[in-house]
Design a protein. Structure first.
Length: 297
């Protein structure tokens, strides 16, 4: 009996995924969801499909999302001008009110998408269960308002949700010792949460393909880096834009116990599945020293 090549390819794909499903079964995976994948409805649906599939094959995913573009849009709608210092949004009381409303709106839209695919999701902020206590964060020595720096993570609410088979979706709003509300950088929140729950993987969805040896040379994408290689890269001063703090976040997360961190292009449909379940992957993976390398030519 001759089966069509396309059908056999599908079987090969599933077999290739098998060792990754076995390895990460019942392990926590944190997905930081942001960038263009949040503003394009078709991409958004594909990202959520990926996360739901991870859940259904035995992973324990947690989504941490931003909403910067949407916040800027609403700030503009009310006639205010978005301001940034060192890449961080200057957040006065009025902007904080808008940010919290917008992030909760984004949060519930993601919950709805997950629910529609047959998985139970619960959306929370860093206020729920006292998840994300923080203090005021300064940027380049300047007071930028209600922007928070996480001081600790109380992950009990996440463990409780995972234990009851819910998929937690977290928006990065925290609180200080006086219970004042603060906006938190979503990358920082994802790293802190991944560290606190001892996640096996942390995946950043971004608007770049990964880390390049030379950003001008699109053939120089680095598929895999050890912790030392990543730190050398940061120290070299050759990274620009938003990649430097993102890569430093990855390094910090691995130092704190996360096994693997992935930087992925969220504009590629199903980027999470391609990175996690295939031998070659499509983004950049940063791994602990001594961890088994799993990209094979």
């Amino acid at each position: 009996m001759n089966l069509e090549p396309e059908i056999m390819k599908k079987a090969a794909v599933l077999i290739e995924a098998l060792p990754y499903i076995q390895r990460f079964n019942r392990k926590i995976v944190v997905v930081k969801y942001g960038g263009s994948a949040m503003t394009d409805e078709e991409l958004k649906r594909k990202v959520i499909q990926d996360v739901v599939l991870l859940k259904l094959v035995g992973f324990k995913p947690i989504i941490v999302h931003g909403g910067g573009k949407e916040i800027s849009r609403w700030v503009g709608k009310v006639g205010m001008e978005p301001k940034f210092v060192g890449g961080l949004r200057v957040t006065d009381a009025a902007t904080m009110e808008i940010a919290e409303m917008v992030l909760n709106k984004v949060n519930k839209s993601l919950v709805q998408l997950v629910n529609e695919l047959g998985v139970k999701a619960v959306g929370i902020s860093g206020k729920d269960g006292l998840l994300l206590p923080c203090k005021k964060k300064y940027s380049q020595g300047q007071d930028i308002g209600f922007v928070g720096e996480i001081t600790e993570v109380n992950p009990k609410i996440l463990y409780d949700l995972l234990e009851k088979d819910f998929l937690p979706i977290v928006c990065p709003i925290g609180f200080d010792e006086h219970f004042q509300t603060y906006n938190i950088n979503a990358d920082d929140a994802a790293c802190a949460i991944a560290t606190a729950v001892k996640a096996e993987k942390l995946a950043f969805l971004t608007d770049v393909e990964g880390v390049y040896r030379d950003f001008e040379d699109k053939n120089s994408l680095i598929s895999e880096m050890t912790l030392e290689e990543a730190q050398d890269f940061v120290n070299s001063g050759s990274l620009g834009g938003g990649m430097l703090p993102k890569l430093q976040n990855c390094i910090d997360a691995i130092h704190e116990g996360v096994s693997r961190v992935h930087i992925l292009d969220g504009r590629i449909p199903h980027c999470l599945l391609l990175e996690i379940f295939t031998d070659k992957g499509i983004g950049t993976a940063i791994i602990k020293s001594g961890e088994e390398r799993y990209y094979h030519e």
